[in-house]
Every structure is written in structure tokens, then in C-alpha cells.
Write a protein that binds this ligand. Structure first.
Ligand code: PLP
Length: 386
């Protein structure tokens, strides 16, 4: 056997381990310190009762012989796929067929697995900074990557690639910068992909944080996008399902990839948990919608608290409006990790160093609206003394 050297050569996931290590080291020396974690990239609010009830009912069904279920369809139950079409897409003028909706155990798996549809010689374009999964899964497949730097000077929206990019990962609203694209800006990418016969993998995990009416929620709001785009979504952020695990991916027939993806899934994926799909279904009930909105509003208000607070302290901040992330320029051109250490040592505040998301993230840190509100308020008070 010879191993996949591309995978072997990947560096360890340095960012989050390093954050934990430095925080732990501080705690060892200062055991009584009250550390405020503002870097949290995971949801923190409990699931709404309507979701929990639906999961309980699903579990009870599995407990009785009359209602017991075994394997479901690999691509997900029709009732959930229909609910997604009816609730997420039709209201935005996007018509999809049931066969184009694939239920998954979350965006993470699909974002990595979709890479299998394409030859390893394809060149990939990825925003820098970005969520690490795009870079790592491209590297595992041995593909060349074109990095597209996004920074304050281009308002975190990079220019189109100058070279041929075959696969393009886009994530809007963006993690970590919080940037969004208008319809016209997103159209440029769709036009590029159509012209260059590229495929866009559109990560819409933060779609639910869009507040601005002019920002598209789905890439399919752009005419012609169905030929060149796969859209990946998740219940992780909108419904707090990071532990439940459920998401979905749209592979339109027009891409010519829908049957291939179905074939791949039927071989390598035996379907999403019934309980998780019932939980996802409950997000579309009136009670479920209310519960989701309450949690999302809480996060959105926390985003305002952080963003407003940092601005008042004189920081240069981006994002936070249509995304749960506040992207903050470090003061005095400090390096990301230098500012991380300063905040940890002087204020006992933990943030996420921007350089961990790619070289263009250097000089920025990310604050998260998933952090407990009172920790954010306390952090801002402490940072005033800085
Ligand atoms: C959180 C997140 C997701 C969701 O991942 P799941 O596997 O569905 O939990 C997807 N993309 C980005 C950029 C994220 O930050």
C-alpha cells in the first residue's frame, strides 16, 4: 500500500488547537481568571421546544413496531425535500425538482465530498481568508489552488481570478469576514463560471443571518446559475443543529452532475438519521419558525452589541450585519496572534486570530455573535481599559 501523500502532507489543524493551548497556558498560571470566550464558532442556544418535541416523537416511532423505520432514501425523505423547496426556494422565485435536493448530515461532509465529482487536475479558486474545509479538501485531492485575497481595500470581495479556475468555492455571508455579495456582484461570478465552464460550490450556511433586503439568499436567484452552481446549506447555524447533524445540497440537473452525485451518495452514504430529518422538518412549522427566529434574533443582537461596542472603542470593524461574525482590524498594525495574546493577557478575552483562516487574514481577528451575551458585554468593559 502507498498512502495518499496529499493527505499526509496536510498540516495539523493548528488554529483551534493553538487557541486552546494558549488559553490553557494562561489558565494554568492564573487559575482564578474569568476567561471570556468570544471566538466561539459553534451555536450556544438550546434547541427550541418544537424541535425537541419532533425529535421525541421520531424516537417514539422507532420504538413501536407499527411505526418503526429502517433505512430511508439515501438522498433524504421526500417530505423534507418538498418542505425545503416550498420554504427556502419557491418564495425567492427559485423552482427546483425533488431530485435536485439531497439531504445530508451537514454541510461539512458535502463540502468535502463534492470534490470527488471532479478530476484532480482541476484548478480551484478559494477566497483568502476562508473556512479551512475548502483548502484542505482541495489539497487532499492534490489540486492546485488559486487564492483570492480579500481585505478591507477590496471590501472583502476579491476580483475574479485572472487564470482559469475550474472549481470555485464561495461562502456568502462569509465566514470569517462577515462580507456579503449583492445580486450584481454574485452575477459576476456566475457569468465567469458560465464563460469558463467552471463549477461554483456556494456555501450558504449563514444565509439566515442576511438582514439586508438586497442581498440574495441563494445563488439560484441569479438567472443561469443552475448550470454552474451547487449550493450547500445546513441547519447547523439557522436551527442550532451542530450536534443534531442535518443539512442539504442542491445539485441542479443543468449542472450535468445530479446523477453522478446521486450515484456517489447511494454508494458512500446511507442516508441522514430519521430523527435528524424530523427535527429539520419541524423547523418549517409555525412553532418551529418562532423558536428559530428567537434564537437568531438573540445572535443578531449580540452581533450588534459586539460590533457597536468595538466601533465605540475606536476599532475598525466589518461584518456583523448580515453574518454572526465581526471581523476586526487589529490596532497599530499588530499581527493577529500578537493581538490575541494581548487580549488574553490584559483582558482575559479569547478571540480568533484572522491569520488562522489564511495569510490575508493577518492583521485581523474574528469575534463571534454565538458567544454568550454577558461575556461580550463584560469583554467590552475590560477592553475599554486597554
Ligand atoms: C458552520 C459552517 C458550516 C456548517 O457545517 P455543518 O457541517 O453543517 O455543521 C458550513 N460552512 C461554514 C463556512 C460554516 O462556518
Amino acid at each position: 500500500m502507498t498512502i495518499n501523500t496529499h493527505l499526509q502532507q496536510l498540516k495539523g489543524s493548528y488554529l483551534f488547537t493553538e487557541i486552546v493551548n494558549r488559553t490553557q497556558a494562561y489558565k494554568t498560571v492564573h487559575p482564578d481568571a474569568h476567561i471570556l470566550r468570544l471566538g466561539v464558532g459553534d451555536v450556544t442556544r438550546p434547541l427550541p421546544p418544537a424541535i425537541i418535541d419532533a425529535m421525541h416523537r421520531a424516537v417514539d416511532e422507532l420504538a413501536a413496531s407499527k411505526t418503526f423505520r429502517g433505512y430511508g432514501p439515501e438522498e433524504g425523505y421526500v417530505w423534507l425535500k418538498q418542505a425545503i423547496i416550498d420554504n427556502e426556494y419557491r418564495p425567492r422565485g427559485v423552482e427546483l425538482g425533488l431530485a435536485e435536493v439531497f439531504i445530508s448530515d451537514g454541510a461539512g461532509s458535502d463540502l468535502g465530498n463534492l470534490s470527488e465529482l471532479f478530476d484532480s487536475t482541476n484548478r480551484v479558486a478559494i477566497l483568502d481568508p476562508s473556512y479551512p474545509a475548502y483548502v484542505d479538501s482541495s489539497k487532499m485531492a492534490g489540486r492546485d489552488i488559486i487564492f483570492l485575497p480579500s481585505h478591507a481595500e477590496n471590501k472583502f470581495v476579491p476580483d475574479l481570478p485572472k487564470q482559469q479556475a475550474d472549481i470555485i468555492y464561495l461562502c456568502f455571508p462569509n465566514n470569517p469576514t462577515g462580507a456579503v455579495l449583492t445580486l450584481d456582484q454574485l452575477k459576476l461570478w456566475v457569468d465567469y463560471a458560465r464563460e469558463h465552464k467552471s463549477i461554483i460550490i456556494f456555501d450558504a450556511a449563514y444565509e439566515c443571518f442576511i438582514q439586508d433586503k438586497n442581498i440574495p439568499h441563494s445563488i439560484y436567484e441569479i438567472p443561469g446559475a443552475k448550470e454552474v452552481a451547487i449550493e450547500v446549506r445546513s441547519y447547523s447555524k439557522v436551527a442550532g443543529f451542530t450536534a443534531v447533524r442535518c443539512g442539504y445540497t442542491i445539485v441542479p440537473k443543468e449542472t450535468g452532475l445530479q446523477t453522478m452525485w446521486l450515484r456517489r451518495q447511494c454508494t458512500k452514504y446511507n442516508g441522514t438519521s430519521y430523527v435528524a430529518q424530523r427535527a429539520a422538518m419541524a423547523t418549517y412549522t409555525p412553532e418551529g419558525k418562532k423558536g428559530l427566529a428567537a434564537n437568531l434574533n438573540y445572535y443578531k443582537q449580540t452581533a450588534q452589541v459586539i460590533s457597536g461596542g468595538l466601533t465605540a472603542l475606536g476599532y475598525e470593524v466589518y461584518g456583523g450585519e448580515n453574518a454572526p461574525y465581526i471581523w476586526c482590524r487589529t490596532p497599530n498594525k499588530m499581527a493577529s496572534w500578537e493581538f490575541f495574546d494581548l487580549l488574553l493577557n490584559q483582558c482575559q478575552v479569547v478571540c480568533t486570530p484572522g491569520s488562522g483562516f489564511g495569510p490575508a487574514g493577518e492583521g485581523y481577528v474574528r469575534f463571534s455573535a454565538f458567544s454568550p451575551r454577558k461575556d461580550c458585554e463584560e469583554a467590552l468593559i475590560r477592553m475599554k481599559e486597554l
